[in-house]
Design a protein around this ligand. Structure first.
Ligand code: ACM
Ligand code: ZN
Length: 503
């Protein structure tokens, strides 16, 4: 029985013959040099006469493919994506048969349009070579959207010509949750070009995230006037929700947002953009004369409605630049005031959405969470709410993930099941577990670190210990500091109010 992850739509073994592969040479295709080299170096066979050839059939959709093995193996597809995915499937067949191919026909196409991986480079920075490694890991699993979370309280990671301080100051924090060493880094425009080109070589789109109006402390540290009560704030050195967010009542802030978006549009040519929208405390907005004046001018009831207005405005700007915008659904239980063409990355359980969304369930796909919290079985068994789902996304926040070693350990074998749901439309622990041994050997062959079965599906005690280890760090959250800071801002606002009472 041939095992392939994610599961193809149809595999038919045509007879009992075997075809011995002794060499590999690809015929003419749409594939990038990177994708071809990746395949041939994986297989490790010498070159020779063409024995894997590509047929074009325009009736097939972009990502669809057919493989027919034989003395000459034929791959039929209409685009580079279909060809690439056929090669990924062939890799797995070659690995488990040692190159003794069964005579078979595979017909395959994806269930969901979006099969994503989110990398948070805001908390820990990942250098270009690491991002490229992740891109290759994505391609192995037929994932097609790299969601790069580029701006955060703890770091600004991308060069913006108009606001140079963002990277000069905003890319460095004094310490992290893990230790007291400074940490930082950012991508130059050339780095971004390099990443985007490499992603495209593997048929992956890049969805950049500009997380606004919350999670903006790094930007505020560089340009104080972006917030409601400008003061000396440094790049956050500890995670947790920050109360100083962008002031949406100030023209200057809106201009900043549009300026940054303009440079994002130049750097990231693909279809999707993420505009954050998560975890936005309204404490400052409620007290800010500019935000409240804006709210009254717009005839809105409260600061929550002001955020909905803001997200809609930004979405419109993205749409005018031919981008589909997404935001986190996190704390928006009632989404009536958000335009329905603004997509959600849906982390909560709200199953009433009638807008496009990508499933990023905190109970199955938040892969930074310990295996005691999200067991491999949970990732495998998660059912996507059918509604208007465009796809799924493995979501890797990185406050606890300082390097590739940890990123791999948290991601694999989870990505195996998440990709299966994304590609095949469903996965289950019973089907996935029957392929797990093979999957581990595939990860080994690709030098990818992973959690072994006992760690990935821990027993109760081991699971609890993992959670405790994780929570231990959360206890140090800045909660108390926030409470004192809030009181300080309240006194400041009262003083300002006395000086210029509201009309
Ligand atoms: C989120 O978990 N902050 C979207
Ligand atoms: Zn304000």
């Amino acid at each position: 029985m041939i095992k392939i992850i994610p599961q193809p739509k149809e595999i038919v073994i045509l007879n009992d013959d075997k075809i011995m592969l002794k060499h590999i040479a690809l015929g003419k295709s749409f594939l990038s040099k990177e994708a071809i080299d990746d395949f041939t170096s994986f297989c490790g066979f010498p070159k020779g006469e063409e024995n894997i050839v590509f047929k074009i059939n325009d009736k097939l959709s972009d990502e669809e493919y057919i493989i027919e093995t034989g003395k000459i193996t034929t791959i039929t597809a209409s685009s580079s994506a279909g060809q690439l995915y056929a090669l990924q499937t062939l890799k797995q067949i070659i690995l488990q048969t040692g190159g003794e191919l069964p005579v078979l026909r595979i017909y395959d196409k994806p269930f969901y349009k979006i099969r994503g991986f989110m990398l948070d480079v805001g908390r820990y920075f990942f250098v270009v070579s690491d991002v490229k490694k992740i891109i290759k890991r994505m391609a192995l699993h037929k994932l097609n959207v790299l969601h790069l979370h580029l701006t955060e309280d703890q770091g600004w990671r991308v060069e913006i010509d108009k606001y140079p301080l963002l990277t000069q100051i905003g890319s460095m924090r004094k310490k992290t949750n893990f230790n007291s060493k400074p940490h930082g880094g950012f991508y130059t425009k050339q780095d971004i070009k390099d990443i985007v080109n490499y992603a495209h070589a593997f048929c992956i789109q890049v969805m950049p995230e500009f997380d606004i109006p919350g999670h903006s402390r790094a930007a505020i540290a560089c340009y104080n006037s972006l917030t409601c009560f400008p003061r000396d704030l440094h790049v956050a050195d500890h995670w947790g929700v920050k109360h100083d967010v962008l002031c949406v009542g100030k023209e200057g802030t809106m201009q900043f947002v549009y300026d940054v978006l303009d440079e994002f549009f130049e750097m990231f040519p693909d279809e999707y953009i993420h505009i954050g929208g998560d975890e936005v405390p309204k404490h400052r907005w409620d007290l800010c004369p500019d935000c409240q004046a804006k709210r009254r001018e717009l005839g809105l009831e409260n600061s929550d409605e002001l955020q909905f207005w803001f997200m809609n405005q930004i979405k419109d700007y993205c749409k005018a630049h031919n981008r589909q915008a997404f935001m986190w659904s996190w704390d928006l239980e009632d989404d009536k005031l958000i335009d329905h063409d603004l997509g959600f990355t849906k982390c909560g359980e709200m199953n009433t959405l009638d807008r496009p969304f990508i499933d990023t369930s905190t109970k199955a796909y938040y892969i930074d969470l310990p295996y005691g919290r999200i067991r491999l079985k949970d990732s495998a068994n998660h059912k996507v709410y059918s509604g208007n789902a465009m796809g799924v996304e493995a979501t890797l926040w990185t406050e606890y993930v300082p390097d590739m070693k940890k990123a791999d350990y948290m991601s694999f074998p989870r990505i195996g099941c998440i990709s299966e749901t994304g590609w095949s439309g469903e996965c289950s622990w019973s089907s996935f577990s029957s392929k797990l041994d093979f999957y581990y050997s595939f990860l080994d062959k690709n030098n990818i670190r992973y959690a072994k079965p006992n760690a990935a599906n821990p027993n109760a005690l081991r699971g609890k210990l993992g959670i405790l280890w994780f929570e231990r760090r959360q206890l140090a959250w800045e909660g108390l500091k926030n409470i004192f800071d809030d009181r300080k801002i309240e006194r400041l606002a009262a003083k300002q109010n006395k000086k210029s009472p509201r009309l």
